[in-house]
Design a protein around this ligand. Structure first.
Ligand code: SAM
Length: 472
């Protein structure tokens, strides 16, 4: 029985409700009157339910889809402006006891190099990341209670925050580790993490159990209910995602939105972010072995529909996607991207020999952070290294409330410009610096509140003079 308020995975992600939703979407995919009404609801920034959004996903009418894409662009522009926040993943350890069949870290893989960063290694990795200009990390680890217990993760977070190299600093650490207990989530919250990210991989229980045949991750309910425990532990910024390619994308999309609706209904706050990873080639993983791979067109459609369905939820695209695909989907609603990522353990400080690889998957966008920043600006985006919200206590429903009232524009836009200025001063190439300074001058003029405009100007002047870390 479907129950949005239930704390049981199989009730808030009800298989029957998803099947009914897909049947409803098929029955209405040419119902133009209904489709117009759904698009109109989204236009009023009311978001969409999983049923409504699934109708649009099933709809093949090109004219209507054009409307959806244009609306996604508008909504992205209204709530996120031209800003794109940058981050990098940091792999702490690839020891893993699980058997995930799509991931080369699965326990049976005997030829991948198993590595775990020491605190000294972390200093080297984070120094290398700071020297690129990164301020925001997502830490990644396999699940292994012996090698990667929560104490290890907490120690790593402490070390990361403590490293101050030249003008560098990591100001926000997001965490992508396996589902855990309320008590451990509480500890992560106390350690000062930003978002807790956990991909569902698939919402289809039967497939989930086949794709995770062994290890603690096999437990569908424990994994699916993790975000409820995280919120119970005080983490109010959580990041959802499915690994597209594992199951039928229409099923996953409905499940993803049902999960978002559930969090909003029970905890009063929806997901902070949604990630949209697709399976990639990796050590002993062949993505073509999975039947449900999606085309770039479907991928773009999913991005646009997520944007109009949950307007206040950030959307993340990693370097799993190529420059070309990223260019296509950025305007459709993406708010964060990773740049210059390494998916190996220790890969920032040292290049690994091929026979010693610890990589999780192949990266499709191999550019440096300077190249990514430069490229973003040339396309009219504003690269942002901002981490202000959670440091100012604007998390969970406080963030959502600000976002809904569009007040976030009064802080995010100047914060983006100030953090970009820091990047230009400390890390950028000459060409990027020139482009960036011109962009900042132009964008300062677009700040409507005269007081904010004046203060932002002063702060930017002070950054040029060597001061750092201003924020609204
Ligand atoms: N081990 C943690 C867990 O179980 O949730 C999370 C960390 S894992 C390093 C991050 C994510 O990488 C996984 O949730 C999965 O979706 C994704 N991933 C695994 N194998 C992949 C592959 N071959 N291609 C693309 N993404 C993959």
């Amino acid at each position: 029985m479907y129950d949005i308020n239930s704390r049981k995975a199989e009730e808030f992600i009800s298989h029957e409700e998803i099947l009914d939703t897909l049947a409803y979407a098929d029955a209405n995919k040419d119902n133009i009157e209904l489709i117009d009404a759904i698009i109109e609801k989204a236009r009023q920034r009311k978001g969409l339910t999983h049923r409504e959004a699934s109708v649009l996903l099933a709809c093949q009418n090109e004219e209507k889809m054009e409307e959806v894409y244009n609306l996604a662009k508008e909504i992205k522009h209204d709530y996120y402006g031209d800003r794109i926040v940058l981050f990098a993943p940091l792999y702490l350890s690839n020891y893993c006891v699980n058997g995930c069949v799509y991931c080369p870290y699965h326990a049976k893989n005997k030829h991948i190099s198993r590595k775990k960063l020491t605190q000294e290694d972390i200093v080297r990795e984070v120094t290398a990341l700071q020297d690129m200009g990164h301020k925001r990390l997502a830490i990644e680890a396999g699940e292994d209670p012996v090698n990667n217990p929560i104490e290890y993760i907490l120690e790593c977070i402490d070390t990361i925050y403590s490293i101050k190299h030249k003008n560098g600093a990591i100001r926000r650490v997001n965490v992508n580790i396996a589902a855990t207990t309320v008590e451990n989530y509480r500890k992560l919250k106390e350690a000062g993490i930003g978002t807790y990210i956990l991909f569902q991989e698939t919402y289809h229980k039967e497939s989930y159990e086949q794709l995770h045949p062994t290890g603690p991750k096999h437990n569908y309910a424990y994994h699916t209910e993790a975000m409820d425990r995280a919120m119970e532990g005080g983490i109010d910024d959580v990041g959802l995602g499915v690994l597209f390619g594992l199951e039928m994308y229409r099923y996953e999309f409905a499940g993803l939105l049902m999960h978002a609706e559930h969090l909003e209904a029970v905890h009063g706050v929806g997901p902070h972010t949604i990630s949209v990873p697709r399976i990639k080639h990796a050590d002993d993983i062949d993505p073509t072995a999975f039947d449900n791979g999606i085309s770039d067109e479907i991928f773009a459609k999913l991005c646009a529909l997520i944007r109009i369905s949950v307007p206040y939820t950030g959307m993340i695209i990693s370097t799993r996607e190529s420059q070309e695909v990223r260019e296509k989907v950025l305007p459709l609603g993406v708010s964060q991207i990773s740049g210059a990522s390494r998916t190996s353990v220790g890969g920032y400080a040292e290049k690994e020999a091929k026979e010693d690889s610890s990589e999780q998957f192949d990266v499709s966008d191999n550019r440096t952070l300077d190249e990514v920043v430069n490229w973003l600006m040339k396309m009219g985006h504003i690269p942002s290294f901002c981490t202000a919200c959670y440091r100012e206590g604007r998390t969970g429903d406080r963030f959502m409330a600000l976002c809904k009232s569009m007040q976030i524009l009064n802080c995010c836009h100047p914060n983006a410009l100030m953090t970009l200025k820091e990047y230009l001063e400390d890390y950028a190439s000459e060409e990027t610096k020139e482009l960036g300074n011109a962009l900042i001058e132009r964008e300062l003029e677009n700040i409507t509140n005269p007081k904010v405009k004046q203060t932002a100007r002063e702060y930017i002047h002070n950054i040029a003079g060597g001061k750092r870390d201003f924020r609204f």
